[in-house]
Design a protein around this ligand. Structure first.
Ligand SMILES: Cc1cc2nc3c(=O)[nH]c(=O)nc-3n(C[C@H](O)[C@H](O)[C@H](O)COP(=O)(O)OP(=O)(O)OC[C@H]3O[C@@H](n4cnc5c(N)ncnc54)[C@H](O)[C@@H]3O)c2cc1C
Length: 441
């Protein structure tokens, strides 16, 4: 038997990682501050459903849960754009058969917790990390009644999310530097109910109502409901702040999203009752201090517009597992390699997620954008993987996010400066490949 590892946080990343490490032969304990979600409510404040794609599925595959997870999803082939006049248009994400998968956060987390316990992971619920001692690898925890306990392990992993207590302890020791950049927009979730045992709108798409400074999206659930997320500025006109002043919720929806009120009969109640949550990008480095390591949102929390936060956290677990294989479980070698290889990639997906906010709210309804997407599709059709559109590199491939970001910049530069009236598709491809090879991509 190998040593003992403590994971802080039984969210999506912590519970997945616990299974990987248990299967490698470690004794694994998890401390989770909340109740066991299998016995109660998951609690507000995070998205109800998530888009699960290639990188996340790869990690689920190594613990044998990919196919089971895929039974819990509604596949989405593309974006359904809702224009202000009510017209809708489906824009496919990738090739025929390439989909992103809408999955319930709660169902996925339950699946992972069940498997973790089946593999012999000890999960301590209602056990909140209060502080840790970086030199002795000790942890202090408290339960709901305030009773204090201590625990100790060879390695302690902080998978305790964007507001990580482990990261804050590391900061307290002066071991890591963290930045937090607020988006200036917040979000609120709303639910479109099922229509007499059917979906009220087309099920196999991610619906977007792009309205420049405002945006509404909706992802389908297997119970035939949709979870909508409304993104608004924090201040100024049409902000969450302006609603609390005017209370004109219905007017607002009729003005900007006129096809939505008929789909949500209790729109005003939901709007008033559901929490408004902020969005930010959190970066920190290093991720390792002594025998402590950060992973998932604790190390890199991003805005949700590429649907990659969980997928990136799952990819962290995939890469960590690969490095443990390569280095014979020598954690002192693995931890520095892990943070180095992941940091540039999680910084890249943070940038891409912010860029995609602009794309989703401003560009998807723009005829120029649609023309450019068609051109990229044609390049991909003619040349296959030699021209892979940026969305496909991020969502349907294993290419490092940092490489996808750089290749995306080259594509953007070429498509902005050249058009097919002047040069042919082959010349565009040649330019792209030449530039990528200059950049050693
Ligand atoms: C609106 C929205 C939509 C999103 N959509 C997508 C999407 O479509 N696709 C995608 O891939 N990602 C998406 N994400 C991102 C995704 O939710 C996160 O990246 C993912 O949840 C990170 O998982 P995690 O396990 O690292 O952190 P978390 O899910 O935050 O889990 C952390 C766990 O640690 C526990 N914890 C916290 N503090 C302590 C403590 N002191 N002691 C003990 N336990 C503690 C928490 O209770 C929690 O269970 C979205 C995020 C938001 C906000």
């Amino acid at each position: 038997m190998k040593g003992k590892i403590i994971i802080c946080g039984a969210g999506l990343v912590g519970s997945l990682l616990s299974i990987i490490l248990r299967k490698r032969g470690y004794t694994v304990d998890i401390h989770e501050k909340r109740d066991d979600l299998r016995r109660g409510n998951i609690g507000g404040g995070r998205s109800i459903n998530l888009a699960l794609s290639n990188r996340g599925l790869n990690a689920l595959d190594i613990i044998g849960l990919k196919e089971i997870a895929l039974q819990l999803v509604v596949p989405m082939h593309g974006r359904m754009i809702h224009q202000p006049n009510g017209d809708c248009e489906l824009q496919r994400y990738g090739d025929e058969g390439q989909v992103i998968n809408s999955i319930s956060r709660e169902k996925l987390n339950k699946l992972l917790l069940n498997e973790a316990e089946k593999q012999g992971v000890s999960i301590h619920f209602n056990s909140k990390i209060e502080s840790c001692n970086l030199t002795s690898t000790d942890l202090n925890t408290s339960n709901q009644e305030g009773k204090q306990s201590a625990d100790n392990a060879d390695i302690i992993i902080g998978a305790d999310g964007a507001f990580s207590a482990i990261r804050q302890s590391m900061e307290g020791y002066g071991k890591v530097a963290t930045t937090k950049e607020d988006l200036g927009h917040s979000y609120k979730e709303l639910t479109i109910g099922a229509k007499i045992d059917d979906f009220a709108i087309y099920p196999n798409a991610l619906h977007i109502w792009p309205r420049h400074h405002l945006m509404l999206i909706a992802l389908p659930n297997i119970d035939k409901t949709f979870t909508c997320t409304l993104f608004l500025p924090n201040t100024g006109a049409d902000s969450f702040e302006s609603f609390s002043k005017s209370g004109s919720i219905l007017n607002f929806f009729e003005q900007h999203f006129s096809d939505v009120p008929p789909l949500i009969s209790d729109l005003i109640d939901q709007f008033n009752q559901n929490p408004t949550c902020s969005l930010s990008t959190i970066k920190t480095y290093p991720w390792k201090a002594g025998d402590f390591l950060l992973i998932g949102d604790a190390a890199h929390a991003i805005v949700p517009f590429y649907g990659q936060g969980m997928n990136a956290g799952f990819e962290d677990c995939f890469v960590l597992n690969q490095l443990l294989d390569q280095k014979d479980d020598n954690w002192q070698e693995v931890m520095p390699l892990f943070q180095e290889s992941r940091k540039k990639n999680t910084d890249a997906i943070a940038t891409l997620a912010l860029q995609n906010f602009i794309e989703m709210r401003d560009k998807v309804a723009d005829p120029d954008f649609v023309r450019r997407k068609a051109l990229e599709k044609e390049l991909h059709k003619q040349f296959g993987n030699r021209w892979l559109p940026l969305y496909s590199m991020v969502t349907f491939s294993d290419m490092p996010y940092s490489e996808a970001l750089e290749r995306g910049k080259v594509q953007d530069e070429i498509l902005t400066n050249f058009n097919t009236d002047k040069i042919g598709f082959t010349e565009i491809l040649n330019l792209y490949e030449h530039r990528c090879s200059e950049l050693k991509l």
